[in-house]
Design a protein around this ligand. Structure first.
Ligand SMILES: CC(C)(COP(=O)(O)OP(=O)(O)OC[C@H]1O[C@@H](n2cnc3c(N)ncnc32)[C@H](O)[C@@H]1OP(=O)(O)O)[C@@H](O)C(=O)NCCC(=O)NCCS
Length: 387
């Protein structure tokens, strides 16, 4: 067997995120899949030999999603499977596709991240998502995701003096860029004043500190270096990958201001890619709540521990700053269809590295990073990509 050295992305697709009651889950999946095949100029659907679907099953009436998606997008009788890692299910799908290509088991693998959430009520989703936290010791007593991240936010404020204004500035930035992204759920700018006046969800988090539940799908097509050059003039390569886990229960974490799986996954990815945090020119990080983006700056080494609030205050994560972050709007403005998010982040980094991100383009970006957190940090995937 020929050794596969590099794995790259040759096709990308991204549907509109938001209220998508115009589409079934398989129709949502088909939109970016079709775009991705067209994007990989010399690819025919029959050349793809496996399909990985990243999704969280409990949101859909339809169980065993890869079955219905593979049939609808015309992939039968090719191999297909599902990955689930809560909000990082899309990145888990990319990781398994990478392993499949790298091992030589499959040549060309399509990854579709897809989720349809808006058929459920907010209360139903809060209860369902709460069970991603420890059911025996936590969610049984009523913990919800906004509640969990409110613990992180309060502790960060207590330890480092982070302020609600600094958290609001994350939302201002992400809505600023989301307003330039036609696939974003929310395409309006917001102000710090508006955010601070929005309804409280779980102190200190307001509605505008939270990402919204959304429907949506995104797709990437991955292959080895030999085929990649034939299929696309500008493939983007995986240079570093990190994946780590952390204790299920917050009670068993060393502190409440850091996500240990993110720190560990970041270290692994930097080591494999042989780069430093300061080499990253554009990043997509998991801003499910504004405090999560502040913690991500610190956990990934974009700034020192405790300085994430200052990093946004100084606009270091805007285009033109030290490390532009979430310049597609992030989860905050795009919405967070949990299975699709990791794939959506990857699509954005590929666009940035190919130089096709339009008004949101980071000038001459060569190296980018995705950081996708599942649950309250039970899983984190960090990938580093290069043009
Ligand atoms: C914050 C939250 C509780 C709000 O629930 P909700 O009020 O029922 O949300 P809705 O979708 O009905 O939106 C209510 C209004 O606020 C707006 N809105 C909701 N979330 C918003 C957001 N994050 N940013 C901006 N506007 C938002 C909606 O557009 C809607 O406006 P409208 O009344 O003019 O139509 C819910 O979005 C939530 O739980 N978010 C977190 C999701 C999560 O935990 N994900 C996993 C993280 S890893």
């Amino acid at each position: 067997m020929v050794e596969i050295v590099k794995v790259g992305i040759v096709g990308i697709g991204h549907g509109r995120f938001g209220n998508r009651n115009d589409a079934t889950v398989q129709e949502l999946a088909f939109e970016p899949f079709k775009q991705a095949i067209q994007d990989a100029k010399n690819l025919r659907r029959e050349d793809i030999d496996a399909l990985v679907v990243g999704s969280v099953p409990e949101y859909h009436m339809q169980r065993s999603l890869p079955g219905v998606v593979a049939e609808y997008v015309g992939m039968n009788p090719k191999s297909t499977w599902l990955t689930e890692a809560a909000c990082a299910s899309g990145s888990a799908a990319i990781r398994t596709a990478y392993m499949a290509v790298k091992s030589g088991m499959h040549d060309i693998v399509a990854v579709i991240g897809v989720q349809k959430m808006r058929e459920l009520s907010t209360d139903e989703i809060l209860a369902l998502m709460g069970r991603v936290g420890d059911v025996q010791w936590e969610s049984i007593f009523g913990t919800t995701f906004p509640g969990y991240y409110a613990f992180y936010a309060s502790r960060h404020m207590h330890e480092f003096g982070t302020t609600m204004e600094q958290m609001a500035q994350i939302a201002v930035k992400n809505h600023h860029y989301g307003a330039m992204n036609p696939n974003s759920f929310f395409q309006k700018e917001v102000t710090v004043e508006r955010i601070l006046k929005s309804e409280e969800v779980a102190f200190p988090l307001k509605v505008f500190d939270c990402c919204a539940n959304a429907d949506g799908a995104a797709c990437v097509i991955m292959t080895n270096e030999k085929l990649a050059k034939k299929l696309n003039d500008s493939p983007v390569w995986f240079e570093g990958m990190g994946s780590a886990s952390a204790a299920m229960s917050l009670l068993r974490r060393p502190n409440l201001y850091e996500i240990p799986s993110a720190v560990e996954a970041g270290k692994q990815a930097y080591k494999l890619a042989n780069v430093k945090p300061s080499d990253i020119q554009v990043a997509e990080v998991h801003d499910c709540f504004t405090i999560a983006e502040i913690m991500a700056y610190e956990n990934l080494g974009f700034c020192d521990k405790g300085k994430g609030g200052k990093f946004i205050e100084d606009k270091q994560s805007y285009i033109g700053g030290k490390t532009p972050v979430n310049v597609d709007g992030g989860l905050k403005a795009k919405g967070h269809p949990v299975g699709a998010t990791g794939v959506s982040m990857t699509v954005e980094i590929v666009k940035q590295l190919r130089g096709i991100a339009g008004k949101r383009q980071v000038p001459d970006a060569q190296i980018g990073l995705t950081h996708n957190v599942g649950g309250i940090g039970q899983y984190t995937f960090v990938n580093i990509l290069r043009r």
